[in-house]
Design a protein around this ligand. Structure first.
Ligand code: HEM
Length: 229
């Protein structure tokens, strides 16, 4: 009997850990009276996503024949040496019931090459994790691709990358931040559609690193409690 149950460590565990460590004014231990009431989602703030999308694609565009240009825009940055991108100002939610998370970032990347023939723009980058439902997640984005006939196809909120949270262990960053380093990512079918058939579904993408902080402020304004009968 070699099967061993392994509990995936997700953002949920890190948030719990952060709460236990007192990082932010988090209170996950709800009063017993609130047990039947769905817990309000917790806000995530100050998020960054360090993700190079696909290293081989960045290298391809850097080859002289491609005459490529990579522009980080809208607040995103690119590390020196044709490095990874950082998408910024991430805000989102952590569902204290399902332990699912969703964080949306600012910034995008514009890839251009071959005298305008290759033109791909990625923006509205979001990272979601499924929580207790499964040790999975995804990165979605708005992707605009120039087609062979010169027209542009816009795919909004496409599932671009499939994430595997199975082996991801939460770490701690500065100021109580939770860091999920090197989340394995692979290309989805819709993601592959942006690359003119050069990549296929399941191809490895760069691993993604998510950093978020639990917001100390309450997510919902205080309401008047219903009258007791
Ligand atoms: C004038 C048009 C184009 C030419 C001459 C061209 C040429 C090439 C060549 C020679 C390679 C192989 C590079 C290598 O192995 O190092 C390549 C790879 C590739 N091309 Fe293009 N290409 C063109 C347009 C496009 C367009 C329009 C797209 C996407 C919309 C695209 C996406 C790719 C991708 C994703 C790869 C694989 C890069 C990698 O990960 O190694 N190309 N292309």
């Amino acid at each position: 009997m070699a099967t061993r149950m392994r509990r995936p460590v997700t953002l949920a565990a890190a948030v719990t850990t952060a709460a236990a460590l007192g990082a932010g004014a988090l209170t996950l231990a709800l009063p017993a009276a609130a047990a039947d009431t769905p817990a309000p989602p917790m806000s995530l703030v100050d998020g960054t996503l360090d993700w190079g999308i696909k290293q081989s694609f960045r290298s391809y565009l850097a080859q002289p024949f491609a005459k490529g240009r990579i522009t980080a825009e809208g607040g995103a940055t690119q590390a020196a040496g044709n490095g990874v991108f950082t998408f910024v100002d991430g805000t989102g939610t952590y569902d204290t019931t399902s332990h699912a998370t969703a964080t949306a970032f600012k910034g995008g990347v514009h890839f251009e090459a071959h005298e305008g023939v290759l033109d791909i723009r990625v923006s509205d980058v979001r990272l979601k994790t499924a929580g207790s439902a499964a040790p999975t997640g995804e990165i979605t984005a708005d992707v605009v691709t120039k087609e062979k006939d010169g027209s542009f196809t816009t795919r909004d909120d496409v599932s671009f990358a499939a994430l595997d949270m199975t082996g991801v262990r939460p770490g701690r960053g500065a100021d109580g931040a939770m860091v999920f380093k090197d989340i394995p990512a692979e290309l989805t079918k819709d993601g592959a559609a942006a690359f003119a058939g050069f990549y296929k579904e399941g191809d490895a993408l760069d691993a993604a690193t998510l950093t978020v902080k639990a917001d100390a402020r309450p997510t919902t304004p205080p309401t008047t409690p219903p009258p007791t009968t």
